[in-house]
Ligand binder design. Structure first.
Ligand SMILES: Cc1cc2nc3c(=O)[nH]c(=O)nc-3n(C[C@H](O)[C@H](O)[C@H](O)COP(=O)(O)OP(=O)(O)OC[C@H]3O[C@@H](n4cnc5c(N)ncnc54)[C@H](O)[C@@H]3O)c2cc1C
Length: 700
């Protein structure tokens, strides 16, 4: 592969380089405009005080990333239980506001409780809340706040705080960004939190990790310590898509084969010389706010709190934090360091000179500082692009730009490259994923460009979170398939796994030349199966499950596919032996009966293992509109309606492990899937529909 150019030396760019290097790819070059790597995770030390670009605390949801980060930081890490607060109505209450109103004026508590009850159960318990009439897709963040927390919590915290942080009213925002960031609650928690002080922690950041020494910059430094091709003081100014080269501010030109950028999407797009006019116009509508971060070193021990939210407008900042409480090495003994965050935009500017004085006044008003306190150090940082604003245009514009960039071999990642509300861990994950994609594409490109033969069979297996069995199952399949003495390839279609499934798949593809691992970012069985089929190159495709496959089926299907277009393994055909629990058999039977009555299905099963001729089926696969579990059903229905000549092989099956999702829980999604299927197939013309021919049982 030619050279991989990485733009930006924040965590996203560094993680890309680190994971590429780990996979043995040293053909990358990373360019960072500043004189130091780290981006938003840099730290500055002044007179013994270490300040970050505002508080940067580490939270993990991904076990592998946690292992990587903790491995890199070694001993230099602390694990800390959160102590976070809200200051309003002249009192400190615990975070989150909604479950900790104890201590606020009674009137406020009453409004919060009544508002919550009305939102959840309707006025007078009618069950109808004020927003019920609005279609889901039109609901704004403000609607969501009122619906989930009610008018009291909205008025006293959620609306004013969020408007202060985002600089736009929640009514202009969507809810796409929230995910884990806004903890939900129950009436019981609200009442508990109103009646007494709750020390129980709620939310995604109930505890956190933080480096002991060097501030958060210890993390990017740890990533960079083993990397060789890092170029600082290297600002990218132009990108030429035709010649595939980037031009630095000093005029130097660098050619690339693949370009990974973590630059803010608007800066990246504007540096492209041939950007289509419609995209250029859209970019101007991407909105963001800026954060002015004031850091103070104070001559005494101020507090044991970690951070405090300020929803009230009379305070100029939306949040402050005490970084000296993250690690004892952040400030000289007996002193404290405070970081203060103020957001602003061009439309809501702030006077930065006056801001520092106003902050000190406000801190005294909130009884955090005393008049007599001595400020030893002052250090301000400007974060120009701090929070991207999720208005109704954001997603459409971001997708439009990303599609254009991808078509031109540019991957854009990171908080600002993806133009999203995300943390350090997300930036590291995205760097890892993109490195994996580049490595895979390189491997696949090699296979696709230079097949020394077209295999007779491509075995396609979607896998999700299968780290426990993937390796052993693939080894068993390879042993069985090798016995058949046919050319085959095995495609592992990992989709959105949170565990090591992708990594194991990649390793297997290195060990076995006939194995390929491909990656689909979303956990989506149908999308993974579809991708696997589209990427396959064999004459025939066999679709298996990782815990439901059969060596002889490959051989029998291969013979039958000389006569038939598709072969479907059936749990319901005459001669099949379905030894799964009764309830599962009933569900399968009912589902297929439903397909026969309402979709005119002429067979007995769509969900089993199957095989088909690749060339003939590829258009049908491309035409399928559904994904997830229902994709396999749509595929078979479409094949039948297109007049495919198909047969069914009765299967013997027993449950090897219980289903991951409870059967009852699957009912709503199955109904939804059937409706989606109906929409996808209702206008589909039928030509020469043939009944699936039953084949006598031969798999004994
Ligand atoms: C106020 C605030 C608080 C936060 N708190 C937390 C927290 O507590 N926990 C958490 O997990 N996350 C937090 N985050 C998010 C976290 O900072 C980011 O998710 C993460 O650092 C993003 O890394 P990145 O590599 O995507 O972007 P960046 O760190 O912004 O890296 C992009 C890099 O590109 C470089 N660059 C830009 N233009 C050019 C150019 N033309 N040529 C070359 N280089 C260029 C920049 O100098 C920069 O180094 C916070 C963010 C903000 C704004």
């Amino acid at each position: 592969m030619g050279s991989i150019v990485i733009l930006g030396g924040g965590l996203a760019g560094l993680s890309t380089a680190w994971h590429l290097q780990k996979a043995g790819y040293n053909n990358y070059h990373l360019f960072e405009k500043e004189s130091r790597i780290g981006g938003l995770t840099r730290s500055e030390t002044v007179d013994g005080f270490t300040f970050d670009y505002t508080g940067h605390l580490l939270h993990f949801k991904d076990k592998n990333i946690k292992e990587t980060v903790l491995g890199l930081l070694g001993e230099n890490i602390g694990f800390i239980e959160r102590n976070s607060w809200i200051y309003s109505k002249n009192v400190f209450t615990r975070y989150p506001f909604q479950t900790n109103t104890y201590g606020l004026p009674e009137e406020v508590i009453k409004e919060c409780i009544i508002g919550f009850i009305e939102a959840k159960y309707g006025r007078n318990g009618s069950g109808v809340s004020s927003n019920d009439s609005k279609p889901q897709e039109e609901k704004t963040f403000e609607d969501w706040i009122y619906e989930n927390f009610g008018s009291g919590i909205a008025k006293h915290f959620m609306i004013p705080y969020n408007e202060k942080l985002w600089t736009v009213p929640p009514s202009e925002m969507t809810t796409e960004w929230m995910g884990r960031f806004v903890p939900q609650t129950s009436l019981e928690q609200i009442l508990d939190g109103a009646l007494s002080d709750q020390s129980q922690k709620v939310g995604y950041n109930a505890n956190f990790y933080y480096p002991l020494n060097g501030g958060i910059e210890a993390l990017p430094k740890a990533f960079a310590s083993s990397l060789s091709n890092i170029h600082t003081d290297s600002e990218i100014q132009k990108i030429d898509l035709i010649e595939k080269k980037v031009t630095l501010k000093n005029g130097e030109e660098i050619r690339y084969d693949k370009l990974v950028s973590s630059l803010p999407l608007n800066i990246l797009a504007n540096s492209i010389n041939t950007l289509p006019a419609n995209i250029k116009n859209s970019i101007a509508n991407l909105r963001y706010n800026s954060v002015f971060n004031i850091n103070l070193g104070v001559d005494r021990d101020l507090s044991d709190k970690h951070w405090v939210y300020f929803p009230e407008l009379e305070y100029s900042f939306y949040r402050i934090g005490f970084s000296s409480n993250f690690s004892p090495y952040m400030a000289p003994k007996g002193t404290s360091s405070i970081y203060i965050e103020i957001s602003y935009t061009d439309n809501r500017p702030i006077d930065k000179k006056r801001a520092v004085e106003k902050v000190k006044e406000d801190l005294i008003k909130a009884r955090i500082l005393k008049e007599s306190d001595k400020i030893l150090v002052e250090k301000c940082f400007e974060i120009k692009c701090a929070y991207v604003i999720y208005d109704k245009n954001r997603t459409k514009i971001v997708n439009q730009i990303k599609d254009f960039l991808k078509e031109n071999d540019i991957y854009t990642i990171g908080r600002y490259g993806s133009w999203e509300y995300a943390g350090m861990e997300d930036a590291i994950i995205q760097g890892k994923d993109i490195a994996g994609e580049i490595v895979l594409a390189d491997k696949e490109g090699y296979v696709l460009k230079k097949p020394d033969r077209i295999p007779a069979v491509s075995i396609v297996i979607p896998v999700y979170n299968e780290e426990k069995i993937l390796e052993s199952a693939v080894k068993e399949i390879v042993v069985e398939a090798d016995k058949l003495n046919i050319d085959y390839e095995l495609i592992i279609c990992e989709n959105g796994s949170k565990d090591r499934t992708l990594e194991i798949g990649q390793n297997l593809s290195i060990i076995y030349p006939q194995v390929r691992a491909i990656h689909c970012p979303e956990p989506n069985y149908g999308a993974a199966l579809e991708l696997g089929i589209l990427k396959s190159i064999g004459e025939n495709v066999v679709c298996f499950e990782i815990d439901f496959w059969d060596g002889p089926f490959i051989e029998i299907a291969k013979v039958l596919l000389r006569k038939y277009d598709a072969v479907v393994g059936s749990k319901g055909a005459k001669g099949a032996r379905d030894r799964r629990p009764l309830i599962r058999r009933i569900i399968t039977y009912s589902f297929n009966l439903f397909l026969r009555i309402f979709f005119g299905f002429q067979g007995t099963d769509t969900h089993g293992i199957k095989a088909f001729r690749r060339d003939k089926s590829i258009k049908i696969v491309n035409d399928c509109k559904t994904s997830k579990d229902i994709f396999a059903t749509e595929l078979i229905l479409r094949m039948q309606r297109a007049g495919f000549y198909m047969c069914e092989i009765p299967l013997e099956i027993e449950e090897r492990r219980p289903p991951t999702i409870g059967l009852l829980k699957r009912v709503p999604s199955t109904i939804k899937n059937l409706f989606t299927l109906w929409k996808a197939t209702r206008n589909l013309k039928s030509t020469d529909v043939k009944k699936l021919e039953p084949i006598p049982k031969i798999l004994e």
